[in-house]
Design a protein around this ligand. Structure first.
Ligand SMILES: [Fe+2]
Ligand SMILES: [Fe+2]
Length: 226
């Protein structure tokens, strides 16, 4: 059985994560390296664990989270599909069971907002975990903060964020503390509204609702099923 640790220790996968992050740095994107993928891996697996899914699915979500952005080492465009294609021979060589490979590749190939939608439980958890990683630590330390750049502004304004998984209410609540001197919910929605809608769909796939809360204010209708 391939474990999360095997993925984290695999030299090829490590190099792909690093290469993807370097390309995105050149293109001016926020951090997509080990910090981002580790956080996505932890959140995706936590969602399935706390909702009571089987351990193997929990681990597959952690595995998919670690590798979901490696396609960026080919191109930003279609990086979900590229990443899934890249991983197929690697996971085969690691002797991951074909059923698990299919699950992980489906999730990675369906995580992008331009063409992705939840196709299985791991995919739904990955989408939510990925799209809610907006935080000031995503700004690159070696690039000067530019308040005119909306991505810089929004990410830098988010001092704290967290996800409350309420199994009783079957609700996932994404909360953040935003510094209103730096940005505002309107800025956030300008770049994140499609991603937040995708989170609503992904939460619905897990039979949950999704709430977006900025500075204690609920911005969407949690029970709204699209
Ligand atoms: Fe991505
Ligand atoms: Fe990502």
């Amino acid at each position: 059985m391939v474990r999360l640790q095997d993925i984290q220790n695999n030299e090829d996968i490590k190099a792909l994560i690093e290469g993807a992050n370097k390309n995105l740095e050149v293109l001016g994107y926020t951090e997509h390296g080990l910090r981002h993928v580790t956080r996505v891996s932890e959140t995706a697996s936590r969602i399935l664990r706390e909702l009571g899914y089987p351990n193997r699915l929990v681990e597959l979500a952690a595995i998919a989270g670690m590798m979901h952005d490696i396609g960026n080492c080919i191109n930003r465009k279609n990086h979900g599909i590229a990443g899934a294609n890249l991983l197929f021979p690697i996971l085969l060589k690691m002797k991951m069971p074909m059923e698990d490979i299919v699950c992980v590749l489906s999730a990675i190939g369906s995580h992008e907002e331009q063409y992705g939608s939840p196709v299985n439980e791991v995919s739904a958890a990955l989408i939510i975990a990925d799209k809610i990683d907006a935080h000031r630590t995503r700004l690159r330390k070696n690039i000067a903060y530019d308040p005119k750049n909306i991505h810089n502004r929004v990410n830098y304004s988010i001092k704290k964020n967290w996800l409350v998984i309420d199994k009783e209410r079957m609700n996932l609540r994404y909360e953040m503390i935003m510094d209103m001197n730096l940005s505002c919910p309107m800025d956030f929605l300008e770049i994140y509204s499609t991603r937040m809608r995708m989170c609503e769909d992904a939460a619905n796939f897990l039979n949950c609702s999704f709430e977006l809360v900025i500075n204690d204010f609920i911005l969407n209708r949690p029970n709204y099923r699209r």
